[in-house]
Design a protein around this ligand. Sequence first.
Ligand SMILES: [Zn+2]
Ligand SMILES: [Zn+2]
Length: 284
Amino acid sequence: MGADHPYAGQVAVLATKHQKLPLIGPPLADAVGLRVEALAVDTDALGTFTGDIPRQGPPLDTAIAKARLAMSAAGRLLGLASEGSIGPDPALPFVTADQELVVLVDDGNGIVVWESHSSWDVVAEATTVAADDDLGPFLAKARFPEHQLIVRPSSGTPHPIYKGISSIQELTAAVVACTAAAGGGLARVETDLRAHACPSRRAVIAVAAERLASRISARCPSCGAPGWGRIEVLLGVPCSWCGTEVARPRAEIDGCPACDHNETRPVISPDVRANPRECPYCNP
Ligand SMILES: [Zn+2]
Ligand SMILES: [Zn+2]
């Protein structure tokens, strides 16, 4: 499959320190025959999940910068990277959302193709504990030890910090050390969100990688470049009573990362009308 694809047999370098190759490599190999090799570049300089170094810029820019670090280190024109954003869902502030983006940078053809996937199923727990607190209920919620933990003093000093904790023995020792170091005698225990430490994140990265693979396998009908797919959603379905346009998807525009060609594709039939309940005039 994908033998006539321009990426068939080519090699792309994946920037990762966190074991993302098994998530991102196979879908691209299956879809278009692209071979993916991992390179452990120090992407922490671009910001870390553990908060030691603040993230800079939007996730897409960070992912492209990561891919280019690996590309220049490996001397390749094709690079891949992923970048996650974990935090309160903008629409549902009490729900933690994980958006994972996977990008392909092709400097030979001057294109960037990316896809993302969001999930509310990511485990991202945190608590503050004293040395003798019972961590049992927290550990169940944090799905420990499959999900690893980070422990640090809750105040006074940022050090010591223990990452990638995956056993009760390590956890106990870390809590003892951090409560002793902390100004107020408390330690902060939280999910280690690095991809190799957080299986619920890995599942979201895998879906984003599948989406990227299928987007790369689709080629522009005009110029043949890989990465043809949705670039915009058009809203506006007329209310069945008054005709006012309701903000529901009417069509999608597919576009090419290399040329200006695009095509509008209706997602509903033209005679569909919106329910007046959704109408800003009929049901305010
Ligand atoms: Zn109406
Ligand atoms: Zn094109």
